[in-house]
Design a protein around this ligand. Structure first.
Ligand code: KIV
Length: 268
């Protein structure tokens, strides 16, 4: 049994702050797990962070299954949450159950994440009733980026804040075990955190959420053209990787690599 279960995540509310990072491949997932991080999200951010799309909209079920299975192979203790990609749950509750079930059954995820507020409560109830744990996601929900007109902070007016608070309560009542709050004012992140019974996991939602999530490639500084305000860089890997690639290219060109220590002897 894993150290981190849905029950333990729920019980952490008010007792222990929860760290969450995204991972999309096995070696990254293994290192995140070894760091003792309780939640690993196979985000549909894979579309932007790894696959080169300009939004998460093109990400498919097959891609999510592929990346989730790779992550699961690297993890021993963290709870692995697979994002449900655009149009895998919006069309009908039935297709939502089938696709969420595939992420658990075929890829080995422990739970799924869906975007959207109170209008997703029936889907959450249906998933949970069928044994599929769900984490909600409100605020800046990237699958609605066309509707929002860009990646913009949400919940800034009192009406929008009240709607997000009502969404959070409806999702919690429907059975989610945690809730991602993305890009909302810190005061609203704190208010929703106090109001709901499940842990809130913030990204650009202030310090008073029950936990925080970052996209691993952002916090590692792998993409140096992209640094939203809510990202803290814990490493700056892009320049180091460029330098390593350039050194390798130089050494191949000048014949320094491979050296004798990288080769094999013939049998005597
Ligand atoms: O896809 C993702 O990585 C996410 C997080 C940013 C919460 O949804």
């Amino acid at each position: 049994m894993k150290m981190w279960t849905v029950t333990r995540i729920r019980q952490a509310k008010g007792k222990q702050r929860l760290a969450c990072l995204t991972a999309y491949d096995c070696p990254t997932a293994r290192m995140v797990d070894e760091a003792g991080i309780p939640l690993i999200l196979v985000g549909d951010s894979v579309g932007m962070a790894v696959l080169g799309y300009d939004s998460t909209l093109p990400v498919t079920m097959e891609q999510m299954l592929h990346h989730t299975a790779a992550v699961v192979r690297g993890v021993q203790n963290a709870l692995v949450i697979a994002d449900m990609p655009f149009l895998s749950y919006q069309v009908s509750i039935e297709s939502g159950i089938i696709n969420a079930g595939r992420l658990l059954k075929e890829a080995g995820a422990d739970a799924v994440k869906i975007e959207g507020g109170a209008f997703r409560a029936d889907l959450v109830r249906a998933l949970v009733a069928n044994g599929i744990p769900v984490i909600g996601h409100i605020g800046l929900t990237p699958q609605s980026v066309r509707e929002f007109g860009g990646f913009k902070v949400q919940g800034r007016t009192s009406a929008a804040a009240a709607q997000l608070r009502a969404d959070a309560l409806a999702l919690a009542e429907a059975g989610i075990f945690a809730l991602v709050l993305e890009c909302i004012p810190a005061v609203l992140g704190a208010d929703i955190t106090t109001a709901v019974s499940v842990p809130t996991i913030g990204i650009g939602a202030g310090p008073l959420c029950d936990g925080q999530v970052l996209v691993s490639s952002d916090m590692l500084g792998l993409n140096d053209q992209f640094q939203p305000r809510f990202v803290k860089r814990y490493a700056n890997l892009a320049p180091q990787m460029r330098a390593a690639f350039a050194a390798y290219a130089r050494e191949v060109a000048d014949g320094t690599f491979p050296g004798p220590e990288h080769g094999y002897e013939a049998e005597a």
